[in-house]
Design a protein around this ligand. Structure first.
Ligand SMILES: C[S@@+](CC[C@H](N)C(=O)[O-])C[C@H]1O[C@@H](n2cnc3c(N)ncnc32)[C@H](O)[C@@H]1O
Length: 380
């Protein structure tokens, strides 16, 4: 083929931050010079049939304009042009282990020159080393400070090379990650989100219909002096509409004690994960203060879920009244991470039947569903 021919990598419209030219001409004078250029190995790898692939310029123009320009510069060359836009990826890892990444996510990881692992909003059930071995990449741990206040370091050079940020679950399953996407956009760095399973949808494993959930809330560890209770208003809103509430339980990873924080000492406490009995106790403590009747120990049903997506031996689902859940020993709920679903009054009899398999006490589960929730159930 003679003349320039454009091959848009990843997309053919819009603007691009990096442009690479390849040619099938073995006699091209540029070859040795270009091969020594930055990025050669990477581009050769991603476009294996090309003899030469090299960045020729970094600018932002449309692909049509680019084609015209290069045709003008290289009219006689048998030449292909690849337009490659470097990308900042935020990749969901799913809920369990290294094998939950999607094929698309793994490809992005492999193409990235730096890969960060965000491990403070959620955790996987395996260590970082297992991920590194499977992905074939070294991972840089990104703590809260790095993601929230030092995102420039994560985004460094992301307009010239692929950079990935790995997030447990789905990137939009935590509020933090929209912020870094906005910052990347402000720097005109193209971004792409690779989705995966999240607790926000996998919680359906407990048998309650996702369509019947209202606002999700987060429950933080109370201290003697700090008992934030705004979550209660949202549980009440959901409850007034008859909807279920997914309650995400606090995790503290790489946190400093108040004293160390005040003294500026970078000494971190061991990780802590809120347990189900503690969550129930905090919910009832606030009900006791507010007294709206939204939650009641003996007549509010709830489902505790742990390590959802972790498969047999890992995942635990336990259903009961708040009082029944609070009375269970911690082992009943398995290892963290834990979440709790407060059952809403629009409970459907099929939801009752499905979740009954997880009930601490099936009779009491059905009894409360009938008496407090008005569910019409078949006699058993
Ligand atoms: C801030 S959220 C982040 C969610 C994550 N980005 C996602 O999409 O799944 C973290 C909380 O979700 C809940 N969670 C996450 N994974 C879980 C799992 N596999 N089983 C039960 N709860 C889980 C826990 O309450 C945990 O503290």
């Amino acid at each position: 083929m003679h003349g320039c021919h454009c091959t848009g990598q990843r997309a053919c419209a819009g603007t691009y931050s990096s442009v690479f030219v390849g040619t099938s001409l073995t006699r091209c004078d540029w070859k040795s010079q270009l091969k020594a250029g930055p990025g050669w190995g990477k581009w050769k790898q991603s476009l294996p049939n090309w003899d030469i692939i090299t960045p020729i310029m970094c600018f932002r123009i449309s692909i049509n304009q680019l084609e015209l320009e290069l045709h003008h510069i290289l009219p006689s060359l048998d030449c292909h042009i690849a337009v490659y836009s470097a990308m900042f990826y935020i990749i969901g890892l799913g809920l369990c282990d290294e094998r939950d990444i999607t094929v698309r996510g793994l490809e992005a990881v492999k193409s990235s020159s730096r890969v960060y692992l965000e491990a403070y909003t959620s955790i996987l059930m395996v260590q970082k080393e297992r991920l590194e071995a499977f992905y074939g990449k070294e991972l840089i741990l990104a703590d809260r400070d790095m993601v929230e206040t030092e995102s420039d370091e994560i985004l460094r050079d992301a307009d010239r090379e692929d950079i990935s940020l790995l997030v447990v679950g789905d990137p939009f399953g935590a509020t933090t990650h929209t912020d870094i996407i906005l910052r990347a956009r402000a720097l005109k760095i193209p971004t792409r989100v690779v989705h995966n399973a999240s607790i926000m949808n996998a919680v359906g494993a407990c048998g309650l219909q996702l369509y019947n959930f209202g606002q999700t809330v987060s429950l933080v560890f109370f201290t003697e002096t700090w008992k934030p209770d705004s979550f209660y208003d949202r549980i009440k809103d959901n409850s007034d509409l008859g909807l279920h509430t997914l309650v995400l339980l606090d995790i503290k990873v790489k946190e400093q004690s108040e004293e160390n924080l005040a003294r500026g000492r970078k000494i971190y406490e061991p990780p802590r994960y809120m347990s189900i009995p503690q969550a129930v106790s905090q919910l009832l403590e606030i009900e006791d203060m507010r007294k709206t009747g939204t939650l009641a120990a003996d007549t509010t049903l709830a489902v505790a879920v742990s390590r959802v997506g972790g498969g047999e031996g890992n995942e635990r689902i336990v259903a009961g009244t708040l009082a029944e859940l609070a009375a269970q020993p911690a082992e009943t709920f398995g290892e963290p991470l834990h979440s709790l679903v407060i059952v809403g009054k629009r409970l459907h009899h099929l939801e009752v039947a499905y979740a009954e398999t997880f009930a601490v006490n099936r009779e009491s589960w059905r009894g409360v569903a009938q008496s407090a929730y008005g569910c019409a159930l078949d006699e058993q």
